[in-house]
Design a binder for this molecule. Structure first.
Ligand code: ADP
Length: 461
């Protein structure tokens, strides 16, 4: 790689998307042989095609005749097979196409890598095409199960080679329960939703900014402080912002559930794939202390993943927002802005030396202190800061990591921040290094979390 330079072209991804009339996207169908990947992918492509979407279907089996004809079915070859498919899908999505990939892709790690490959340029939708193994074997559309069970095919997924079912797919299709059209329509609808990101992010960012204006009004005129049962402060600003956000989101997105720090929890949200996760005033302590480090957070989760978010800093006017596959952005809201303007895009830094570590202003726990002390050699600064601003600074390349070992945060403290950090190219995990999920029955983030520009900067204690 040493003597290779990366040539940038003169046409940006966004101008290409404008000409194409769509944003590139990868719809990745994974599942056992016979689960229905090819059938549902073909039906989905038909629906998309009829709606005027420019598509291309990459079938894992077909690619084995050409691009991947040199590969077998060992673990290494299967990994290489998926790596090549992911890179190909990425290029095609970058060219502006909606790419449908139908490939068993049996390992979670492979699929996570495929997501990491595609995500910087396009949305990656992991679609679990799920049918019980007995049903797949009974269907046996290609007669493969019969052969595998007779020992004529070695390393056959589901029979003599493992299939790791996705834990948190973007879409879960049960093909033994729903017919082909219903499954394809679910993919088609989610694809349509992804294409409508501009409208959604206009609503979400404007709502965050207007809520911030209401907060500032109260900030400037003075307010009284109450304390909740857990001793955390709450003010009329929290309540006014909450009422405004609730009203605005309910009006524009009545079908999406909402979870907010300041509203009573409606358990029916657990049945909804979409849930707005809102902290109308993150950093009430900072608000009360008048140090300016508070934010309005509006996140959106889909099937447990943080897929979009807006974070507004009322005192500075900085607005950070992100949407899966479209990147993360920062604007000064007072100057006016158009969503997804390429010049506003932000990225995490590549630094692994002399890094800046952010930590909570109000809770600096022993473990974080210990970690900072232990890694002094690589840290140039440890900066206390309130609210979600910490994650935003990492997303914007101004800091590298933020650990929060102690529990004490909830989904609304992290959902928008996670979307912004991940879409900027960063990593967001729970402290046990498992993914953080949203719209859970228990909204408490019991394991803490870590945000970093790269995995290399996540130090394990
Ligand atoms: P894969 O690509 O996952 O190996 P295929 O799409 O080739 O699977 O085969 C799936 C088989 O199951 C086909 O014969 C299809 O007609 C049948 N089938 C029955 N119900 C469904 C469904 N809801 N979705 C997809 N396929 C289904």
């Amino acid at each position: 790689m040493d003597n290779i330079t990366y040539h940038s072209n003169k046409i940006s991804d966004s101008s290409r998307a404008k000409l194409m009339g769509q944003h590139g996207c990868v719809l990745w169908f994974t599942g056992l042989s016979g689960s229905g990947k090819s059938t549902v992918a073909a039906e989905t492509e038909k629906l998309l095609f009829e709606a005027g979407i420019k598509t291309f279907l990459l079938d894992g089996d077909n690619l084995r005749f050409g691009l991947n004809s040199d590969l077998g079915f060992s673990k290494e070859d299967r990994d290489e097979n998926i790596r090549r498919i992911a890179e190909t899908a990425k290029l095609m999505a970058q060219a502006g196409l909606t790419v449908l990939v139908s490939a068993i892709s049996p390992y979670e790690k492979q699929r996570e890598k495929a997501r990491e490959t595609v995500s910087p340029v396009a949305a990656f939708v992991e679609i679990f095409v799920d049918a019980p193994a007995e049903v797949c074997a009974q269907r046996d559309p290609k007669g493969l199960y019969k052969k595998a069970l007779n020992g004529e095919i070695k390393e056959f997924t589901g029979v003599s080679s493992p299939y790791e079912a996705p834990q948190y797919p973007d879409l879960h299709l049960e093909t033994a329960k729903s017919d082909v059209y219903e499954c394809a329509k679910a993919v088609f609808d989610y694809h349509a939703f992804l294409q409508s990101a501009d409208g959604l992010m206009r609503v979400v960012t404007e709502t965050a900014v207007k809520a911030g204006e209401k907060i500032i009004e109260i900030y400037n005129r003075g307010f009284s402080v109450d304390y909740k049962s857990d001793n955390s402060p709450v003010t009329e600003a929290d309540k006014a912002a909450d009422a405004y956000i609730n009203g605005a989101l309910a009006e524009k997105y009545p079908d999406f559930a909402r979870l907010s720090e300041e509203s009573s929890d409606d358990p029916s949200r657990l049945e909804n794939d979409f849930c707005f996760i809102v902290d109308p005033l993150d950093g009430t302590r900072e608000f009360v202390d008048r140090n300016g480090e508070f934010t309005v957070n509006i996140g959106l989760s889909h099937c447990g993943r943080a897929i979009a978010g807006a974070i507004y800093v009322p005192v500075t006017g900085d607005l950070y927002y992100a949407f899966t596959g479209r990147g993360a952005y920062r604007v000064c809201a007072a100057n006016g802005y158009t969503v997804f303007s390429q010049s506003d895009r932000i990225f995490v830094s590549e630094k692994t030396e002399e890094i800046t570590v952010m930590h909570s202003r109000s809770f600096l726990d022993e473990k974080t202190k210990e970690l900072i002390d232990k890694n002094r050699g690589r840290i140039s600064k440890a900066v206390p800061c309130g609210s979600s601003i910490k994650g935003c600074l990492i997303a914007a390349g101004k800091a590298e990591s933020y650990y929060r070992f102690s529990a004490g945060t909830y989904e609304w403290d992290t959902c928008a921040m996670q979307a912004v950090a991940e879409c900027a190219g960063g990593v967001f995990l729970q402290c046990d290094l498992t993914p953080m999920r949203y719209n859970r029955a228990d909204t408490f983030n019991a394991k803490g979390f870590v945000v970093a520009n790269t995995r290399e900067n996540i130090w394990i204690i």
